[in-house]
Each structure stands twice: as C-alpha cells, then as structure tokens.
Design a protein around this ligand. Structure first.
Ligand code: MSP
Length: 498
C-alpha cells in the first residue's frame, strides 16, 4: 500500500472544533440488553473518533426515570422505587464500565439538582412563546410507549409493539402546540439544517410531516404519576416523559442552571444517536420544542436499526435476549464492540446470534488482527527491525486514510471498519506474497535488506492500523500500540481462538 506522508505534524487540523454526542436515555425498567448496548457502543465510537481527531468532545448518556414503567418494575421486584432505580442504574454503569463506554456524564431525570431546573426553564420558554395550552383530553394511552396512541395504531385492540391494551383516559393535560411548527420542521429536515442519516429515515419523517403534525400532550394529572416534574406554576400536573426526557440533552450541560459553561461550550448537539423506534420524537417533537424555546437545533441525528436475534426482535418471552455482560465475560469488551461495529449496519436492522458472534470473532479478531500482530511483531522483534512511527495527525494526513475519515463523516462505522480490515487483509497478502521471513535470513545481502525493508514498512502499516482501531476496540488498540513501541510480540494471542 503506498503511503504518502505530508509534513503536517505541527498542525492539528481539528483544534478549536467541538463535538457533542448523545445516546438516548434508557428506561430503567430492566437491565440493558444488547440492543441498548448497541446504541451506547456506537455513540462511544463517535466520541472516541472525535477525541482521536483532537476535537473538544463531550459524550452524554443517561436514564429516563420519570416513567410508570419504572414504578411497575420496582413493584414487580418487590422494591421501593428509588432503591430500585439506584440498583438498576448501578447495573447500567457497570455495563458501561465493562464495555469501555467513555461517557463524560450520566444524567438521571430524577436528579432534582441537575435536571429539573433546566426542564422548568425550558417549559417556561414554551409558555412564553404561547405554545403550551391546557385542554381536556380523551385518548388511548400506552404505558409501553409512554405516549398516547391512536385507534388506527391498534392491532386487535392492542398496541402492536407492546402487546398491551391501552388505557382509555379522559383528563386535563397541558398540550404543546406542535402543529404550529410542522412547516418549519419540514423545511429544516428537507434542507438538512438537521441532517437525518440515513436518507431513508429522512424521507420517512418528511412523509409523516406532509400531513402536518398533531399537538402533543406534555403533562398529566399529578395524582396519576408517581414520578415526574411538577408543571411550573401548577402542581396539580406533572410534565410527562417526552417533554421531560428530550430536554436532558440540554439540562445535562447546565441549561437553566447557574453554571452553564458546558451549555455554552457544547450546545447545539453535533450528533444524537437514536434507534428507529424513537425517530418521530427526535425529528419532529424535539425540533418543535427547540423552535418554541428559541434555541439552536441539533446538527445530526443518526437513526440506527434494531438488533434482532435469529431474525426475531429480542424479547424476554421469546428467550432470545442477548446479555452483553455475558458476552463480555466470555469474549471481552473489544469483541463485542468489534461485532456491533463491523457486523451490524448502523442504518438497518441487524441480526446477531451466539453462533454468528463466534464466527465473526474467530475470523476478524483471532485469525485477523490478532494473528497479524503476532506475525509482524515476531519478525520485527527477532530481526530488530522498526521504523519511525507517524504521529496521529500524520496518520490522518495520509491520503490512504481519507476513506476511513470519510466513512466517519457519513456516520458509517461499518464502512470505516471495512477500511481497517481491508488494510489487514492486504498486509496478510503482502507477507504471503513477498515472504519477508525468508528474505531476512538470506545469505544474499541485497535480499536480506529487501526483507528488512518490507518488515519496516509492515511495522509502520501496523501502527496506522492500531491508530485507526482506537475508536472501535480501544483496549486492544492501546495494547498493540504499546507492543509496537517496544517492538515485542504479544506473550499470548490477543484474541484466543474459540
Ligand atoms: N427513554 C426513551 C428514549 C428517550 S431519549 C430522550 C427510550 N428508551 S429505551 O430504553 O426504550 O430505548 C433506548 C434506545 O435503545 C432506543 O434508541 C432504542 O431504539 C434502543 N433499542 C432498544 N432495543 C433495541 C434493539 N433491539 N436494537 C437496537 N436498539 C434498540 O426509548
């Protein structure tokens, strides 16, 4: 592979740029499964990539706690709500630690000091814009969705997603007059002022916007909600899930609080990572809320698909839920990260089974990068061959790396991985074809020198791969970089064959 170094090591091309990335905040009604871990892992990959480029990066995640789902789950577990929530959140954080999720902050919507002031300030802005109105409302409420649903959504009288009969509710609610903003939101999305990736999801939301938008209920009677933030000025009502939850992206940064330095530094979000099931909330309601409050809009929304297992949606009843902690115990965090990054498209649904996981692990990690590292470093350490190692800035100035960087600009993590594994395959091929292990032992000085030159080039190429791997499999990337620097082969395979 031709390498064209440009002398740019003194320039950090991303200095002064910032990147704010968020995950959805997760409902704490059960421990996180592989689907949730997917959202968190790809968000982490974007955060790490941005740090690798030298950008000022902030990565937010958290939990969406003011929900009756959590209250029900606590009751089911025979626990009080708050101790139950603390236990569940402890589990979330444990998973994050095990998966190397490098978040800067974990926001909890039950956090009265950090979250509530911002929600209240935001609500007041919407009131000041004349966009909040009290109405009497009758509708069908699905607790699974934490939202009202319409008669036409039902299948056999039940919510098809949650297989529950919705509650018929007649009550007073504060409504957000979202309908006013439908045209503006359509223009914003059509013009990519908020860029929705992939285009198929952009089109989906544009189709929905064609018929305008309905106003949405943003509060419920306080006596019907165990948790939740009282409506400012009317404590007979509480703000419910979406009006409260979406605001987390601002409140975590200090919006509505005295210390809003993070807000000033990082808002608007550069990237909201979400699953396709919450597209409407993020691409219609959230922009509407921000327009109403007169605040800047997020720049990009990446809408990923859902992970299925054996072709079916993961569900407890089907017994096909994959527990990420179990996988990490058996294969390590980087194996899980590798699988979701390389073998699940960020734009479509993707399938995962224990068998497909193992196969991918053996092919890409044990026989792929793991084997290559041992092979190259065995030769370079035995024959004392090395090379100057380019700085990270120089790696990104290399024109062969541009397609990797471009894949990230398109949020296509899978394509970025394919770039790396294409490099790995071509290095394997080069070893196969040029046989440097024979050349270096040759009695002919010219051949031996040629062997050393090939090894030196492979050594430097391996370094580039180890840099590009940083966002995807950070622990392994650090190990490989350390081995290269000390020119030592690993004492045990990086990924034992399974
Ligand atoms: N609390 C809301 C989000 C509020 S954001 C302001 C919520 N929570 S959730 O826990 O139900 O889901 C969180 C995320 O996990 C969503 O993006 C959802 O798409 C994702 N996933 C849940 N199951 C999934 C799969 N099986 N596969 C991939 N992602 C999945 O919605």
């Amino acid at each position: 592979m031709a390498v064209h170094w440009q002398n740019m090591s003194h320039i950090n091309r991303n200095e002064g740029q910032k990147f704010y990335v968020t995950t959805p905040i997760f409902y704490p009604n059960a421990k996180l499964h592989m689907g949730h871990a997917y959202s968190a892992t790809i968000s982490d990959i974007f955060a790490r990539y941005s740090r690798l480029l030298g950008k000022d990066t902030y990565f937010l995640t958290g939990s969406d706690e003011n929900t009756e789902k959590a209250v029900r789950a606590a009751a089911g577990a025979g626990q009080q709500v708050f101790p139950y929530l603390d236990g569940i959140i402890g589990g979330f954080k444990n998973l994050y630690k095990r998966l190397d999720i490098s978040y800067d902050q974990f926001i909890r919507t039950t956090d009265k000091d950090n979250h509530w002031p911002g929600v209240e300030a935001f609500w007041k802005r919407m009131v000041d814009s004349g966009d909040i109105e009290k109405r009497s409302y009758e509708g069908l409420y699905c607790v699974g969705h934490e939202s009202f649903i319409t008669e036409k959504d039902l299948v056999d009288g039940k919510c098809p997603d949650h297989r529950e009969t919705p509650q018929r509710i007649k009550e007073e609610n504060y409504f957000f007059i979202l309908s006013r903003y439908a045209d503006k939101i359509r223009d914003i999305i059509a013009s990519d002022a908020i860029r929705i990736v992939p285009t198929s999801r952009k089109n989906e939301i544009l189709a929905l916007l064609k018929d305008g938008l309905e106003d949405v209920s943003f509060s419920r009677p306080a006596d019907k909600m165990t948790l939740g933030i009282p409506v400012p000025g009317d404590n007979t009502q509480k703000i419910y899930v979406w009006g409260d939850a979406l605001t987390n992206y601002l409140t975590a940064l200090g919006f509505g609080r005295k210390d809003h330095a993070l807000y000033d530094r990082f808002w608007p979000a550069d990237l909201h990572v979400i699953g396709k099931d919450i597209l409407r909330f993020h691409a219609a309601i959230w922009p509407g809320m921000l327009l109403s409050a007169g605040l800047p809009l997020p720049k990009n929304i990446l809408v990923h698909g859902l992970i299925t297992s054996g072709g079916l949606k993961m569900s407890k009843t089907l017994g096909n839920v994959i527990d990420p902690v179990r996988l990490i115990d058996e294969y390590g965090a980087d194996a899980v990260r590798y699988f979701v990054a390389r073998h699940i498209s960020p734009f479509e649904d993707g399938d995962m089974t224990m068998d497909s996981f193992k196969e991918a692990y053996n092919a890409g990690l044990a026989n792929g990068i793991g084997n290559l590292v041992s092979r190259i470093l065995k030769l370079t350490s035995d024959h004392r061959v090395s090379s100057d190692l380019p700085s990270k800035e120089d790696v990104f100035a290399d024109e062969t790396v541009q397609s990797y960087a471009q894949s990230f600009d398109e949020f296509d993590i899978q394509k970025a991985c394919n770039h790396i594994w294409t490099r790995i395959a071509s290095m394997d091929r080069e070893i196969q074809e040029t046989q440097p292990f024979k050349l270096v032992k040759s009695a002919d000085a010219a051949s031996a020198a040629r062997g050393k030159a090939i090894l030196s080039k492979l050594y430097r190429e391996l370094w580039i791969v180890a840099v590009l791997l940083e966002p995807i499999i950070p622990a392994t990337a650090a190990t490989i970089q350390g081995l290269i620097r000390s020119n030592k082969m690993p004492s045990a395979p990086l990924f034992a064959r399974k």
